[in-house]
Design a protein around this ligand. Sequence first.
Ligand SMILES: Cc1cc2nc3c(=O)[nH]c(=O)nc-3n(C[C@H](O)[C@H](O)[C@H](O)COP(=O)(O)OP(=O)(O)OC[C@H]3O[C@@H](n4cnc5c(N)ncnc54)[C@H](O)[C@@H]3O)c2cc1C
Length: 435
Amino acid sequence: MKVVIVGGGIGGMSLALSLCAAGLADIDVYESAPAVRELGVGINVLPHAVRELAELGLQDELSRIGVPTADYTYYSRHGQQIWREPLGIAAGYRWPQLSIHRGELLGVLHRAVLKRLGPGRIHTNHQLSRFGNRDDGGIWAEFIGRDAAGVAARAEADLLVGCDGIHSTVRNALYPKGDPLRWNGVLMWRGVSQAAPFLSGRSMVNIGSSKRRTVVYPISLVPDQRNGSLINWVATCQVSTSGMPPQDWTNLAERERVVETFADFTFDFLDVVQLIRDADVIYQYPMVDKDPLPSWNFGRTTLLGDAAHPMHPVGGNGASQAILDARVLARELASRQTIESALSAYDSQRRPATAAIAQSNRKAGPHRCQDLVEERAPDGFNDILDVMTRQELEGIADDYKLTTGSEIDRLNNRESLSVPSSVESRPEPDASSAP
Ligand SMILES: Cc1cc2nc3c(=O)[nH]c(=O)nc-3n(C[C@H](O)[C@H](O)[C@H](O)COP(=O)(O)OP(=O)(O)OC[C@H]3O[C@@H](n4cnc5c(N)ncnc54)[C@H](O)[C@@H]3O)c2cc1C
């Protein structure tokens, strides 16, 4: 089976590795950028995705560069603690939660693809321009160089997977109308700063509410010469719902505007204002997603990752769900009789699952506890249990784990998505093992 992967981001690279591990090695990755560049700031890979990367043989390398985040604390905008829970291994998962630089994660995946498939299989500076079905049931695709006029390459294959991110060309061709980006009026500012470790040194904190929030966590443990570690931060602010700013991951923000917006975010456990001042650059991006689709499959074409289910970056599921998509698609392709039945199984497992997460994220997902506190006790509280019951707090955290398929026992004990070497004798996978 010959597979064309459009997009060499986290989803596309994870798919290439997953297909290769499942015994399908006739794969080409087409990436529009001139090179696979290690861009972005911090990202979280949740235990359900670390499990998949571990089964692809990447856990040791990822553990060398990522931070195994140990605890998560929600605070109100006054810096009062609302909820605290352990994460990853500390919570009882068999796999850590890794906080990592997005570019470094992509670098690990990219190097593994180069090693396992060979450098000739990654085609940079190849931007998908058109694709279609062949009479014999396969697909064709044409690519242009970013600066060159005319077609740079034409590929023919049995399957095309659009892993081309939130502005997906594949998705736009499949759904040319009625599929706009939806902006919730929130601006996200992101940066990485060098600072002294805070709380446990492996803590993630979330301060504020949906009106104004910062999420902060370290992405390196090794102190540098200035005796700090790399601390990733995201600051979000509800501004408006009209005039959506550009959706470009490299768009820069005005530092003073961010400082002014968060001027009162200085707490005894963390000085957010200083972090904002210390970042080399601050990126600005609107918080956007899209409505769920009625299908990801059109003949021998399907979607994966942000192209399939762009979601608000709440709870760290953007990259993690793309990795899960890749593993499920590879398993289905390797174990079903036909490509069509594999795509159908992939769509029926992953589309509803990711739609539920995207919907939950629109309502702030696990961050909902902060909105309830802001609503019920805007001026602060003496005891959080005067404002919310323990059951309410636990319920919010547990609901999100259920929605994202990351309940501890279920994840620890579910069947692997890896394909056994003799797939011919394998029964059709049981839907109950779906993540
Ligand atoms: C430059 C960049 C920086 C990012 N930084 C962050 C960050 O700091 N924090 C965060 O939470 N998320 C970030 N993201 C998004 C995050 O990577 C995704 O939400 C998540 O990892 C899902 O990955 P994906 O592979 O589906 O999409 P993406 O990571 O967006 O990858 C899509 C890939 O497809 C390529 N592509 C697009 N169109 C075409 C085309 N027509 N032909 C060929 N290739 C195409 C893109 O260049 C890109 O490499 C960033 C994405 C990008 C592209």
